[in-house]
Design a binder for this molecule. Structure first.
Ligand code: PMP
Length: 346
C-alpha cells in the first residue's frame, strides 16, 4: 500500500504545479511548489517539524514539554499541529499586526497566543525576543527560534530542495522565493547549487524590507514600506539566510501582488496568500529576464483563506490605496469579461 504514516508523514512531498497562464504569458515553464497542501496549510510545517525534532534529539525537549515561538502565524500553526501530534503544548508570541484569522486558527489548535506590540527587532519587546526570554524562564521548554535555528533551513535542504530537483528531472533553471526567516530560500539554494551550480537563486522581496538591498548592494538597508504582505520581508540577515548563494533579487509592490492573486483567483481558480503573489510576480519577472524556454520554480506558500479580512477584503484594500480590479483577460471558455462584470453576474 502507498500510505504515509500520521501527521508528520503528510508533511512535504507536495505536488509541483504548472501555472498555465503565467507559463503561456512568458514562454517559460512557471512551476509552483504546492506548500499550501501541507497538513497545517503552509510551507512552515516543514520547518516546525524539523525544529521540534532537533530539540528532541538534543534532549532539550522532554515528554510533555512546551514549545515557545515568536511567529507571524504560519510557523506557529505548524508548531501547534506537531505539538498536538507529539504530546507537547505551545505558546506563541505574535506581533499584533497579523491577520485575525491566524490568531483564531492558533487558538482552535490549542496554542496559547500572546499578541504583543509590533516593534522593531532591536526593541527588547519584539515578539521574537519575548518568546526567547519566556522559554528560558520555564522548565522543560524550548524556544523553536525559527529565524536563527538552522534546523529550519535543513528542512528545506533535506526535503523541499530534493523534491524540486527530482520533480523537474533536474531541469530547473531558477528558483524564486520570498524570505521571512530565509529557511526556504537558503535550504533550497544549498541543495540545488550542489546539484548544478548554474541554477539561479532569486530572492523576491516586498516593500518595507531590507533584503532586496542586501542582495543588490551587500548592505541590509530598509526599503520604503509598508507592505500588507504577511510572513515575509526582514530588516536583518538571519542565521538561516547568512552565507547563502543568491544570484539576484526582485522587488515587488503590493499593487502588483494584489493584481496577481486576484488574477490567479478569477482567471485560474487558485486562492493564494500574499507571499505567493510576491513569489509569482518575481517568477514572471525572472522568466522575462531569462527569456522563453526556461523552467522557473517558485513556492505557493499558503492559501488565501487566512487573509479574508485583509487581502480579500475590498474595503481593507481601498483603505491602503490598493485595487483588486482585474482587467480583461481571455478566460479558458474563450469569453472575455472584467472581474466587475464577473462579480455582477454571480
Ligand atoms: N510565506 C508565508 C505565508 C510564510 O508564512 C512564510 C514564513 N513566515 C514565508 C513565506 C517565508 O518562509 P521562510 O521563513 O522559510 O523564509
Amino acid at each position: 500500500m502507498d500510505v504515509v504514516s500520521d501527521f508528520e508523514g503528510a508533511i512535504g512531498n507536495t505536488p509541483l504545479i504548472r501555472l498555465s497562464r503565467l507559463s503561456e504569458m512568458t514562454g517559460c515553464e512557471i512551476l509552483g511548489k504546492a506548500e499550501f497542501l501541507n497538513p497545517g496549510g503552509s510551507v512552515k510545517d516543514r520547518a516546525a517539524l524539523w525544529m521540534i525534532r532537533e530539540h528532541e534529539k538534543s534532549g532539550a525537549l522532554q515528554p510533555g514539554g512546551i514549545v515557545v515561538e515568536g511567529t507571524a502565524g504560519n510557523t506557529g500553526i505548524g508548531i501547534a499541529h506537531v505539538c498536538n501530534a507529539r504530546g507537547y503544548s505551545c505558546i506563541i508570541y505574535m506581533p499584533d499586526n497579523q491577520s485575525p484569522e491566524k490568531v483564531d486558527i492558533l487558538r482552535t489548535l490549542r496554542a496559547e497566543v500572546r499578541q504583543v506590540p509590533t516593534v522593531p527587532y532591536k526593541d527588547p519587546l519584539n515578539y521574537q525576543k519575548q518568546a526567547g526570554r519566556f522559554a528560558e524562564s520555564l522548565p522543560n521548554a524550548v524556544w523553536a527560534n525559527q529565524f536563527d535555528n538552522v534546523a529550519n533551513r535543513l528542512a528545506h535542504y533535506e526535503s523541499t530542495g530534493p523534491e524540486i530537483w527530482s520533480q523537474t528531472d533536474g531541469a530547473v533553471d531558477a528558483f524564486v522565493a520570498s524570505v521571512g526567516t530565509g529557511g526556504t530560500l537558503a535550504g533550497v539554494s544549498r541543495y540545488l547549487k550542489e546539484q548544478r551550480e548554474s541554477v539561479e537563486i532569486v530572492l523576491a522581496d516586498p516593500l518595507g524590507s531590507a533584503l532586496y538591498a542586501w542582495v543588490k548592494t551587500g548592505e541590509a538597508s530598509m526599503s520604503k514600506g509598508p507592505s500588507i504582505t504577511e510572513g515575509i520581508g526582514n530588516s536583518r540577515v538571519t542565521d538561516n539566510l547568512a552565507d547563502t548563494v543568491i544570484d539576484d533579487a526582485v522587488q515587488i509592490s503590493d499593487q502588483e501582488m494584489v493584481t496577481m492573486v486576484y488574477e490567479e483567483l478569477y482567471l485560474e481558480g487558485w486562492f493564494f496568500g500574499s507571499s505567493t503573489g510576491i513569489n509569482l510576480c518575481a517568477a514572471v519577472a525572472t522568466a522575462k529576464r531569462l527569456g522563453p524556454g526556461h523552467t522557473i520554480v517558485t513556492v505557493l506558500a499558503d492559501s488565501g483563506s487566512k487573509y479574508q479580512s485583509r487581502l480579500f477584503n475590498p474595503e481593507f484594500l481601498a483603505g491602503k490605496g490598493l485595487s483588486s480590479e482585474v482587467t480583461q483577460r481571455p478566460l479558458k471558455t474563450g469569453s472575455r469579461r472584467s472581474t466587475k462584470a464577473f462579480a455582477a453576474s454571480r
